[in-house]
Design a protein around this ligand. Structure first.
Ligand code: ES4
Ligand code: ZN
Length: 325
C-alpha cells in the first residue's frame, strides 16, 4: 500500500500536543521511583487499564494525577525528549508544544524548573531534525487571577515560549473568562491559541476568535454545527488543530468512521491532524494519520493538503517553513 507509506514519510508539523500527555505509563513509574512519589496504581498495567475515558473530564482527572511524578528539571527534560524522539520518528519536523505550568506550580514546583527542562529538550531537538517551540497553556477551570499570576511567573522566561493557549475543562469555562489575560499576552507579543469546540458549543469558537482574538483554534470540531462559523473559519483561514484519536477516546465521536475531518477539509478549512495526548489516546502523529485515513477514506490529495496546512498553520517564520517542505 502506498498511502500509509506516504502518510508516514511526509514531513509534517505537530501543532497540538500537550507535553504532559506524552508521559507514557513506563516513564510515570520510573519517575515515581526516582522521586519517591507514591502512585495510586501498583503497576503499568493497572494504570493503563484506567485509561477508559467517557468524556474530557474523566481523562483530565487521570492526566493530572500522572503529572504528579514531575519534580526536577531533568524530569521535564526526559518527558519532552521522549516525545521529541517519537515525533522525529514520525517525520515531524516542527512541533509547537503545549505545557501546563499550573499543574506543577500548584504542587510547589517552580516555573523555572518546568521551563528549564522543557526548553533544554526543545533546544536539543535540533539534533533530531525537529524544530520545537513551547506554548504556555492556562488551565481554564482555574480563575483569571490565577492565570495572571502564572503569566507573571513566566514573564522572566518570555524568550523561551512563543505563545499562550487555553486548555482543561471546556464546558462552563468559556473563553471570555480570560479576556484580560489574553489582552495582556497580546501586548507581550505572544501568539494566541485556545481550545474551543472540542466538547463546547460553536459559541465558544466565536468568542475565542472575536473576544480572545486567537490565531488558531484547538479542536474546533463542533464548528460544523454552525454554517456561519464554518464560513468565517474558511474566509479568515483560521487553522483548526484537530486530534482524531483524542476525539475517539474522549467519545466526541462514537467511531473514527464518523469523524468530521473530511467535512472540515472539504469546506476549505485549514484543518490539521495532531496527537493531543498521545500516551493516553493510543497514538502519536503517524498513528493519527494512518487510522483516520483508513477509517474515513481520505486520499493522497488530503494527505498533501494536511501536511501543507500544518506548515501554513504553524507559527514558524516563512523562511523556516520553506525549509520544511
Ligand atoms: C486536553 Cl484533550 C484536552 N482538552 C482540553 N485540555 C486538555 N489538556 C490536555 N489534554
Ligand atoms: Zn488539547
Amino acid at each position: 500500500e502506498r498511502l500509509p507509506a506516504l502518510l508516514a514519510a511526509m514531513p509534517k508539523a505537530e501543532l497540538h500536543i500537550h507535553i504532559e500527555g506524552s508521559l507514557e505509563p513506563e516513564l510515570i513509574f520510573a519517575l515515581a521511583q526516582r522521586n519517591g512519589v507514591a502512585l495510586p496504581y501498583t503497576d503499568v498495567e493497572e494504570l493503563r487499564r484506567a485509561y477508559a475515558f467517557t468524556n474530557l473530564q474523566s481523562f483530565l482527572d487521570i492526566y493530572y494525577a500522572g503529572a504528579s511524578v514531575l519534580l526536577q528539571p531533568q524530569d521535564f527534560y526526559d518527558m519532552a525528549w521522549a516525545y521529541l524522539q517519537r515525533a522525529a520518528a514520525d517525520h515531524v519536523v516542527r512541533a509547537e508544544i503545549f505545557f501546563d505550568p499550573q499543574t506543577h506550580t500548584a504542587r510547589g514546583v517552580a516555573m523555572e524548573t518546568v521551563i528549564d527542562g522543557l526548553s533544554r529538550a526543545c533546544r536539543d531537538a535540533r539534533q533530531l531534525g525537529v524544530d520545537a517551540e513551547l506554548i504556555l497553556c492556562f488551565l481554564r477551570h482555574l480563575s483569571e487571577e490565577e492565570a495572571f499570576a502564572t503569566l507573571e511567573q513566566a514573564l522572566p522566561f518570555r524568550d523561551r515560549f512563543i505563545g499562550v493557549g487555553l486548555d482543561s475543562s471546556e464546558l462552563g469555562h468559556p473563553p471570555e473568562k480570560f479576556t484580560r489575560v489574553f489582552d495582556a499576552c497580546r501586548r507581550h507579543g505572544l501568539h494566541l491559541v485556545a481550545h474551543a469546540g472540542e466538547e463546547g458549543p460553536p459559541a465558544y469558537v466565536w468568542s475565542a476568535l472575536d473576544v480572545l482574538k486567537v490565531e488558531r483554534i484547538d479542536h474546533g470540531v463542533q464548528s460544523t454545527k454552525d454554517p456561519a462559523l464554518m464560513k468565517r473559519l474558511a474566509q479568515d483561514g483560521i487553522p483548526l488543530t484537530v486530534c482524531p484519536l483524542s476525539n475517539l477516546k474522549l467519545c466526541v465521536f462514537p467511531q473514527l468512521e464518523q469523524h468530521n475531518l473530511r467535512e472540515l477539509l472539504d469546506a476549505g478549512l485549514v484543518a490539521t491532524v495532531n496527537s493531543d495526548d498521545p500516551a493516553y489516546f493510543g497514538g502519536y502523529m503517524n498513528a493519527n494519520f494512518l487510522q483516520t485515513f483508513a477509517a474515513t477514506g481520505l486520499d493522497a490529495h488530503h494527505a498533501y493538503r494536511l501536511a501543507r496546512n500544518s506548515f501554513e498553520g504553524s507559527f514558524a517564520e516563512p523562511a523556516a517553513r520553506r525549509r520544511y517542505v
